[in-house]
Design a protein around this ligand. Structure first.
Ligand SMILES: CC(C)=CCC/C(C)=C/CC/C(C)=C/COP(=O)(O)OP(=O)(O)O
Ligand SMILES: [Zn+2]
Length: 467
């Protein structure tokens, strides 16, 4: 047998060569071998623990400095990135509405306003990305796509001026969304494109925030997303795939916005997401993968959303045919409890919709934010520690993990994750957190967001008042 533990010829990432004989020495050693991903995991853990060791050995005032949010540096990095997006920009050309959103949303989280010239340029640029039949493409003249439509709409909401909001043609956008709707109930990313939970979320998020969400857009969608919840409890991109944090956020937020969240198995969803927070204090996106700063929002944000749904989760457990209260001491279900009855409708059903009440359906976002928050289902301070000590780059910007480069995507989702952590103990969405909910100085505090759309809460209120 090869003396090297790394079997580089194998298509699997196993570090020791698998054997056909179950009784060979190699098989006996299998429990002691590592997969490549476990080795990477050890390396990340080592780096992160070294940072935490330095942090815990430091005197209190140095610790405070170490977890300081370097606002000015972040604003500088974000503003520089934004200024580079001009007409000669060609890197990630099909992603420019995303870059606008990641950068402007990050700046808004840092309470940084935008000057009129920059705002007008952004409205003008996004208007040129708009297709004449509705929807926004990745750049002027490009095909409309749901992901860039979501990014463009959230950018305009984040700008928040009447000019920005009125530049959106809601009627055309609605007809674009209908064209993306498939007969199975889900959405395609673009004409003849892939169907997945991301497409469902981006379609429903823009329809909801712009008050154009109607029965036609919603029909059959809840059942599609339900088919994406896996045996692990998380949600996959499409039926039969692996549960992933990004899709879990998308599926969960969509189910709430269409008023069907009680169809999901919430307790297994909570379990799956909560167990994705690792010893490194950050979240991983899926089982056995590495932690990454962007999941601070996709996973941390999902738990912050579920913190408002605990009454439904409790109701599901109580009305489950194999309810915990019916389990006998040896853990077997009492046969008398197999009622075969469907659980009652949950108390969360905020509206019984009849007909095309787009206004009421869109009001779900507003109703949701008023539900009392029961407190974090994850270690909020630990996650803030990962974001500030491991993802924050002192020259400005955020990264996946130590050793990786900063970028605008990670800056947006690390800051969004930091905001949800800081408000995770607050009973209401915009009540200022107590000082001990914020790691480091209170001046680290960011603006609160609406977690279902990931826009700053105040910007969300503005669009609701105008449309
Ligand atoms: C609103 C919107 C468009 C949301 C997108 C949600 C999102 C982030 C989906 C994740 C997609 C995915 C399978 C990444 C895996 O990447 P990987 O294999 O490189 O990462 P991993 O090892 O962490 O799983
Ligand atoms: Zn990432």
């Amino acid at each position: 047998m090869d003396s090297s533990p790394i079997d580089s010829s194998s298509s699997s990432s196993t570090l020791s060569s698998p054997t056909s004989s179950p009784h060979s020495a190699a098989h006996d050693n299998q429990s002691r071998t590592l997969t490549l991903s476990q080795l990477e995991q050890c390396k990340v853990e080592e780096r992160v623990f070294e940072i935490y060791r330095i942090f815990s050995d430091a005197p209190a005032h140095t610790q405070t400095l170490m977890v300081e949010l370097w606002r000015d540096k972040h604003i500088e990095f974000l503003t520089r990135g934004f200024n580079q997006l001009g007409p000669s920009y060609h890197v990630l050309d099909a992603n420019r509405p995303w870059l606008c959103y990641w950068i402007l949303h990050s700046r808004a989280l840092l309470s940084e306003s935008i000057d009129t010239e920059l705002e007008n340029n952004t409205i003008d640029f996004l208007s040129r990305c708009k297709d004449k039949n509705g929807g926004y493409g990745g750049g002027p003249g490009q095909l409309p796509h749901l992901a860039t439509t979501y990014a463009a709409v959230n950018t305009l909401v984040t700008l928040g001026s009447d000019a920005a909001l009125l530049s959106i043609n809601r009627e055309e956008l609605h007809s674009f969304l209908l064209r993306m709707k498939d007969s199975c109930g889900a959405f395609r990313m673009h004409t003849a494109g892939e169907i997945d939970v991301r497409a469902c979320y981006t379609a429903i998020s823009v329809a909801s925030i712009l008050n154009i969400l109607d029965l036609e857009l919603v029909t059959g969608l809840g059942d599609y997303i339900l088919r994406c919840q896996t045996y692990e409890g998380g949600i996959a991109g499409e039926p039969g795939s692996e549960a992933h944090g990004g899709y879990t956020f998308c599926g969960l937020a969509t189910m709430i916005l269409i008023n069907e969240v009680d169809k999901l198995d919430l307790s297994s969803l909570i379990d799956w997401v909560a167990f994705r927070q690792g010893v490194e204090c950050g979240f991983q996106g899926r089982t056995n993968k590495l932690v990454d700063g962007c999941y601070s929002f996709w996973q941390g944000g999902s738990l912050c959303i579920i913190q408002r749904l605990l009454s439904i989760a409790h109701h599901q457990i109580k009305s489950s045919p194999i309810s915990l209260k019916h389990l006998s001491v040896d853990g077997n279900a009492d046969s008398a409890s197999f009622t075969g009855c469907k659980p009652d409708r949950s108390p969360y059903q905020i509206h019984d919709f009849d007909g095309e009440e787009a206004g009421k359906r869109s009001a779900i976002g507003l109703e949701f934010i008023k539900i009392t928050n029961e407190g974090p289902l994850f270690h909020s301070i630990a996650l803030q520690q990962y974001i500030l000590l491991c993802s924050q780059v002192l020259e400005g910007g955020f990264r996946d993990k130590p050793g990786k480069q900063r970028d605008h995507y990670h800056s947006c989702y690390c800051l969004s994750g930091l905001s949800v952590c800081q408000y995770s103990f607050s009973k209401t969405a915009d009540s200022p957190p107590l000082p001990n909910a914020v790691l480091g100085l209170y001046s680290n505090l960011l603006e609160p967001i609406h977690p279902l759309y990931n826009v700053v809460l105040e910007k969300y209120y503005k669009v609701q008042a105008l449309l």
